[in-house]
Design a protein around this ligand. Structure first.
Ligand SMILES: Cc1cc2nc3c(=O)[nH]c(=O)nc-3n(C[C@H](O)[C@H](O)[C@H](O)COP(=O)(O)OP(=O)(O)OC[C@H]3O[C@@H](n4cnc5c(N)ncnc54)[C@H](O)[C@@H]3O)c2cc1C
Length: 397
């Protein structure tokens, strides 16, 4: 028999992910009688699978510029009140070992389970309850709060927090539930899309790239006024790797990507040196000093010729430099929610308080984490947003 919880709670949180659990621990820590409801069979599934099982739990260089939103100022208040250093000191308190992988990204040395256990323990020590396998059927506003009908019976509360995340990876429990609730109370939804996702090619272009599958190169990739320098991985479907996941947040169908194949070099100087020092070498041999031979051959095909370096004339040299610096490529699509790490767009922040996360349309209703129109770059920023927004709302409910 399912348990019928008819108790009245101060706070009901829907979604036992990063934001919901942080909010539960904070609210219950302030003496609020708190329960978290989730339809999944496990809590914090995305924490567990994140960072390749090592959870990139924050970043040492968090700035508002690392977040996309129609209102770029919305994230500032919460991020400044619960910073990366606050979460790092919590991680330290639990003796969890971590390391910086690159660019300030902090990962667990052992396992992302340690972050899940930290969240669970933070909830348990202040008696925040977590109820899994609970399908929420409806939410109704009543005087001084809400009633929530679920597969396990009815819950009543004064404050209702929606922490149901975005649409990415439906097999992990993702649903559009948070958007439905937002719309029920008259909130607008900023158009959603798959973020931090690989880009795909089709047809002739895909055929052209297929031989590169498995190869990678450090490139600077630009689109929509943004640039990221990191690894680009060629796959059987198109492009992936950190630089591509990052730029996918800014890419729209029909846009091209501009790729600098050698972002750390002065390409003119590098090529001139090659020509004077190795005149008998072929262009593809020189390129293979910087790339795998497969990529070097591919770049030669893009350039349109391969010849001894001493045979390259001035016009050809400019053509090579231009292609290595500003190669344009038109991806066909994003790979989509099945593999996307985040959801772009979400609940419009214009009617949500950036201080308390309470709805300005419905007193006692709060939205936190990824369900909101706030999306972080790759590198621990999305969890930092979950911690910061969860903490901020937990302080006010
Ligand atoms: C593969 C992958 C790797 C990632 N790696 C990183 C990383 O290393 N670093 C980083 O910063 N970010 C990473 N992210 C992004 C990060 O996981 C999310 O941004 C973050 O989890 C969002 O937290 P949240 O609490 O808002 O939502 P979620 O963590 O998605 O939690 C939402 C919860 O709500 C529940 N829920 C949904 N619908 C309902 C419903 N109808 N009823 C009841 N419960 C519901 C879900 O089951 C889930 O438990 C990764 C994402 C993915 C998919």
């Amino acid at each position: 028999m399912p348990e019928n919880d008819s108790i009245h709670y101060d706070v009901v949180i829907i979604g036992a992910g990063a934001a919901g659990l942080m909010c539960a621990a904070t609210a219950a820590g302030r003496g609020k009688n708190t329960i978290v409801l989730d339809h999944a069979n496990k809590m914090a599934k995305k924490v567990l699978m994140s960072g390749g099982g090592k959870c990139n739990f924050t970043n040492m260089y968090v700035e508002p510029e690392n977040f996309l939103s129609q209102n770029p100022h919305f994230c500032k208040s919460a991020l400044s009140r619960y910073t990366q250093w606050d979460f790092i000191s919590l991680v330290d308190k639990y003796g969890i070992e971590y390391y910086e992988k690159e660019l300030g990204q902090l990962f667990c040395k052992q396992s992302s389970k340690e972050i899940r256990d930290l969240l669970l323990n933070e909830c348990q020590k202040v008696n925040a309850r977590i109820q899994l396998k609970c399908d929420v059927l409806s939410v109704k506003p009543v005087q001084d709060g809400f009633t929530i009908d679920t597969s396990l019976g009815q819950y009543k509360c004064n404050s209702l927090i929606i922490a149901t995340g975005g649409l990415s990876i439906p097999t992990m429990g993702a649903s559009g539930f948070g958007y439905q609730i937002a719309e029920q109370f008259g909130h607008k939804i900023v158009e959603t899309g798959a973020g931090l996702t690989p880009l795909t090619f089709k047809g002739k272009l895909l055929q052209q790239f297929i031989e590169l599958a498995g190869n990678s190169a450090r490139c600077r990739v630009s689109c929509g006024g943004q640039s990221f320098t990191n690894a680009v991985l060629f796959t059987h479907k198109g492009l992936s790797g950190p630089a591509i996941l990052q730029i996918s947040n800014y890419w729209k169908k029909g846009d091209y990507l501009e790729v600098n194949w050698m972002p750390d070099l002065d390409i003119d100087e590098w090529l001139s040196k090659g020509i004077s020092q190795r005149p008998e070498a072929l262009l593809r041999t020189l390129l293979a000093t910087e790339f795998s031979q497969t990529i070097a051959n591919f770049i030669c095909r893009l350039i349109g010729f391969d010849k001894k370096l001493k045979q390259i004339d001035h016009k050809e040299k400019l053509h090579i430099i231009n292609l290595l610096e500003n190669w344009r490529i038109f991806p066909d699509d994003v790979e989509g929610y099945r593999v996307a790490e985040v959801t772009l767009g979400g609940v419009d922040t214009s009617e949500i308080s950036s201080k308390t996360f309470e709805s300005q349309r419905q007193s006692g209703l709060y939205f936190i984490g990824e369900v909101l129109d706030v999306t972080g770059h790759l590198g621990g920023f999305n969890f930092q947003w979950a911690w910061a927004s969860g903490y901020a709302a937990g302080q006010y409910v």
